[in-house]
Design a protein. Structure first.
Length: 379
C-alpha cells in the first residue's frame, strides 16, 4: 500500500508539471484534463489486476497511450522535460509489478509514446537520446528486478528456516517437559517405594508393640503412631504433587513467555516489582494467574497489532494486594466483546478469591487481575 501511494504521488506530480508546462487553449486543455484523468484512473485500477499480468499489461499500455495524448506538445511549445518522467514512471511500475516479458511490452509502449512527437515532426525528444535513456532504464530495471528477486528468495528461505526453528523449539520444549515429568515421576516412585513403605511398616510395628505394651507405654506409642501417620500422609501428598503436571508459578510463566517469543515472534516486556515474588499466593491462585496470562497473550496475538505485549506484577500496600496486568496495542476505536475465553478467565480468578477487569482505552487493551492478600496474611 505504501508503494502504491509513492508511485501515485510521483506520477501525479510529474503529470501536473507536464500539463502546466504546455500552453493550451480551452479545447486542448479539456483534452489534456480528460486523458490525464483516464491515466490516473488506469493507475488506480492497476492493483485490482495484480494477479493477472496480461490484463495489467494491457492496462498500463493503455495508460501510456493516454499519457501520449494528454501530453502531446502544443504548436510552438518549447521543450517540456516532464512527459519523459511520466513515461518512465509507467515503465517503472511495469518493471516493478510484471514479469520480464510483460514489462518489456509496457516499456516499448512508453518509449513509443515519448518518441512519437519527434517522429511526427512535433517538438520532442531526440530519438538517439530516447534510445540511450531506454537502454539505461532497462539496465537499472533489470538490476532492480534481480535484487528484488534475490530479496524475495532470501525472505522465503528465512521463513522456511523460521518454520523449522519453531518446529524444533516445540519439539525441544515438549521433550524437556516430558523429561522433567519423567524425572518427577521417578522421584515420586522412589519416595513411595522406600519412605512410604518403611513408614507403613513402622506404623504396623508401633501398633503391635502398643497392643502388648504396658499401660504407661501405650500413650507414648500412640503418639509415635500419630507422628508416623502424619509423616506418611505428608509423604503421600508430596508424591501426589510430584506426579501432577506443573501448571503455575513464576517458572511456568517464564517458560510460557519464552515459548511465545520463540514461536510466535512476540515482543514481551515483563516487569516484576518489589514484593511480588514473596506474595503469599496459594497454588490455585498461581495456576489461575498463569491461565489468565496465557489467555490474555493469546488474545493479543489474535486481535492485537504489532505482536507485542507488556506484563507487570506488583504488590502494593506492603504486600497486602497482588496485582497483574497485561496490555497490548489494538486498533484505535475498535469495540471488543467478552467472549468465552475472557469469561472463563474471569470465573477462574473469581473462584480463587480475585477480581478481573477487562477494558479498552484508546488503542490499548488492558487485562488487570487483583488478589486481596490481607486475610491470608492475618491467618
Amino acid at each position: 500500500m505504501r508503494s502504491f501511494w509513492l508511485w501515485f504521488v510521483l506520477l501525479s506530480a510529474a503529470l501536473l508539471l507536464a500539463v502546466l508546462q504546455e500552453n493550451a487553449d480551452g479545447d486542448e486543455s479539456a483534452r489534456r484534463m480528460l486523458f490525464s484523468a483516464l491515466l490516473l484512473a488506469a493507475y488506480f485500477a492497476a492493483p485490482l489486476l495484480r494477479r493477472k499480468p496480461a490484463a495489467l499489461t494491457a492496462l498500463l499500455c493503455g495508460a501510456a497511450v493516454f499519457a501520449a495524448i494528454a501530453l502531446w506538445p502544443s504548436d510552438g511549445q518549447g521543450h517540456n522535460p516532464y512527459p519523459l518522467l511520466v513515461f518512465a514512471l509507467l515503465a517503472g511500475k511495469a518493471a516493478f509489478r510484471l514479469p520480464g516479458g510483460y514489462a518489456v511490452i509496457v516499456g516499448a509502449f512508453s518509449l513509443a509514446g515519448a518518441a512519437a512527437p519527434a517522429i511526427l515532426g512535433e517538438p520532442g525528444y531526440p530519438p538517439l537520446f530516447l534510445l540511450l535513456f531506454a537502454i539505461a532504464f532497462g539496465i537499472v530495471a533489470y538490476l532492480a528486478g534481480t535484487m528484488i528477486g534475490e530479496r524475495d528468495e532470501a525472505t522465503a528461505r528465512s521463513e522456511a528456516l523460521l518454520s523449522e526453528y519453531r518446529l524444533m523449539k516445540r519439539r525441544l520444549a515438549t521433550s524437556e517437559e516430558e523429561a522433567r515429568q519423567d524425572e518427577r515421576s521417578q522421584v515420586a516412585r522412589e519416595i513411595h517405594d522406600s519412605v512410604g513403605h518403611k513408614l507403613t511398616a513402622l506404623m504396623m510395628q508401633i501398633e503391635m508393640h502398643r497392643l502388648s505394651a504396658e499401660a504407661e507405654s501405650k500413650e507414648m506409642l500412640a503418639e509415635f503412631k500419630v507422628l508416623a501417620k502424619e509423616s506418611l500422609e505428608e509423604t503421600r501428598s508430596a508424591v501426589k504433587t510430584l506426579n501432577e503436571e506443573e501448571g503455575g508459578g513464576l517458572a511456568a510463566i517464564l517458560r510460557l513467555l519464552r515459548k511465545l517469543e520463540a514461536e510466535s515472534l512476540m515482543r514481551i516486556e515483563f516487569t516484576v516489582k518489589d514484593g511480588t515474588l514473596t506474595a503469599p499466593l496459594v497454588p490455585a491462585q498461581s495456576i489461575a494467574i498463569y491461565r489468565a496470562l496465557q489467555e490474555a497473550l493469546t488474545n493479543a496475538m489474535r486481535h492485537g497489532v504489532g505482536r507485542e505485549a507488556k506484563i507487570s506484577f506488583e504488590a502494593p500496600g506492603g504486600g497486602s494486594v497482588f496485582r497483574f496486568e497485561v496490555t497490548n496495542p489494538v486498533k484505535q476505536g475498535g469495540a471488543f466483546f467478552e467472549g468465552f475465553g475472557l469469561r472463563g478467565m474471569r470465573e477462574r480468578i473469581k473462584e480463587t478469591g480475585g477480581q478481573l477487569e477487562v477494558s479498552s482505552f484508546a488503542d490499548v487493551f488492558i487485562v488487570r487481575g487483583t488478589y486481596n492478600l490481607v486475610d491470608r496474611e492475618g491467618e
